[in-house]
Ligand binder design. Structure first.
Ligand code: ACO
Length: 308
């Protein structure tokens, strides 16, 4: 879906969307369920990691757009992918979902509870966006990305993680109706409150501040200076948020991986999609410090530092 397509739906322009967000296109999964996208991403991760379904101990599905309210998306993916020895469950942390999943995977591995953990960030936000609201519909897209975590050797792997949330700001980005608080009943008047609702300018400020703090936190924990970071994989929410973050961290923009132009904001899929593209493009080499940082509805934010 291009900006020109959106010009036909709401009062907006390609120029406004491009300059205010950096987004030119987003992907819409018309004939695929959230689980289908996740399965595709997981298959590619398993192929790259030369891992069979039986070897996966845990599947963490990070999403706010599961196929069903019940059961979890993780269990649907487990069946479709055939992961007979795994426990599968969901993590609901919006755009920070993949980093939260990574943090859980890292903790399981450090405690020796499980060995092979697949984390998939996946969203079908096109079902969740109000295409009459120009403040939100221009931002979001569908996608999936996955990674497999296992015990590392020679000091490589996850060096540090950081997670923080503040529920008092939850109404900056939320969906009011459709849950148990305001259920969609026969009398429900569809007014857009079951879709994404957002206060963009307030979110913008919190995002820059807290993504900056989260990134600094993981570098300090690992004793790594920002000059040692080879590549930063930020949540792709808005090019201006990313530029402000890079400035705050004193990191050159050529160290920042960007694909927002093609996908828009894919929430939990954003970081693993960018990580995968950076990796497949040869932008990440053995021994590189890779910094990932995200921020999203909750509000919840987090970061992870990996030695590749
Ligand atoms: N097309 C044209 N005009 C628009 C559009 C649009 N699609 N959307 C809003 N406008 C108008 C507004 O109505 C407003 O008009 P007014 O001044 O007459 O009232 C004007 O543009 C400016 O609106 P702002 O909201 O102040 O614009 P801003 O520069 O803040 O950009 C944006 C809006 C892009 C949403 C920005 O605030 C943003 O990216 N915020 C972060 C939100 C985000 O990324 N949320 C996703 C989840 S959280 C996360 O992932 C970080």
């Amino acid at each position: 879906m291009t900006n020109a397509d959106l010009e036909k739906l709401v009062d907006t322009t390609d120029e406004w969307i491009t300059t205010r967000t950096g987004i030119k296109e987003r992907r819409i999964a018309r004939d695929m369920a959230t689980s289908d996208m996740a399965v595709e991403a997981c298959k590619r991760a398993m192929e790259m990691a030369e891992t069979k379904g039986e070897e996966i101990d845990v599947l963490v599905a990070a999403t706010v757009t599961p196929d069903y309210k019940l059961p979890s998306l993780g269990c649907v993916i487990q069946e479709k992918l055939s992961l007979p020895n795994a426990v599968a469950f969901d993590v609901v942390s919006a755009c920070t979902g993949f980093i939260n999943g990574l943090t859980i995977a890292n903790a399981y591995i450090e405690t020796g509870s499980y060995k092979k953990i697949m984390v998939v960030g996946v969203e079908k936000l096109s079902t969740f966006v109000n295409y009459r609201d120009r403040n939100t519909c221009i931002l979001f897209g569908d996608g999936a990305g996955a990674a497999i975590f296992a015990p590392s050797h020679n000091g490589r792997g996850v060096q540090s993680t950081f997670m923080k949330s503040d529920g008092s700001m939850r109404e900056m980005l939320w969906s009011k109706s459709g849950g148990a608080a305001f259920p969609v009943t026969e009398e429900f008047n569809f007014d857009g409150t079951d879709k994404v609702m957002m206060n963009g300018s307030d979110l913008f400020k919190v995002a820059v501040k807290e993504m900056g703090n989260a990134a600094t936190e993981v570098m300090q924990k690992a004793g790594v200076d920002s000059s040692e970071i080879s590549i930063i994989i930020p949540h792709q929410a808005n090019i201006r948020i990313i530029e402000a973050l890079a400035k705050r961290l004193k990191l050159d923009m050529n160290k920042v991986f960007l694909n927002i132009e093609k996908y828009g904001n894919t929430s939990a899929a954003s970081v693993p999609l960018a990580l995968d593209e950076a990796n497949r493009q040869g932008r990440i080499n053995e021994g590189d410090y890779v910094l990932m940082v995200a921020f999203g509805g909750g509000l919840i934010w987090g970061s992870a530092l990996i030695k590749w």
